[in-house]
Design a protein around this ligand. Structure first.
Ligand SMILES: [Mg+2]
Length: 119
């Protein structure tokens, strides 16, 4: 199971298309629009990978990383961000994120970021 967390439906659709194009069955993909929903999905669906938007209303991606890691050390977390500040990336990695990609995402950038966690 892969969990896509983003407040943008367009991002959900784009990321799902990229993943299914690379052979991930659509039935293996879940989507959440905000932090609470993401945490509920994490608890019920046990995804092995979370693709997590940094900028969302309510909990930020960074706050979600911290909450996820309080409960779950196994799930891989790839952050998606438009932030250019290197310090913020370091903060996310220190909080327990496994990697990050920068918007606008491409088919290659998303796949390269997530593929190591899918085998
Ligand atoms: Mg966003």
């Amino acid at each position: 199971m892969i969990l896509l967390v983003d407040d943008s439906r367009a991002q959900h659709a784009l990321q799902e298309k990229i993943l299914t194009t690379h052979g991930i069955p659509a039935a293996q993909i879940r989507k959440a629009s905000h932090g609470e929903e993401a945490l509920n999905c994490m608890r019920t669906d046990c995804p092995r990978l979370m693709v997590l938007d940094w900028n969302m209303p309510g909990m930020t991606g960074l706050e979600i990383v911290r909450k996820v890691r309080e409960e779950n050390k196994e799930i891989a977390i790839v952050m998606v961000t438009s932030e250019s500040d290197q310090q913020r990336f370091i903060e996310a990695l220190e909080a327990g994120a496994n990697g990050y990609i920068t918007k606008p995402i491409t088919s290659n950038s998303l796949w390269e970021a997530v593929q190591p966690y899918l085998t």
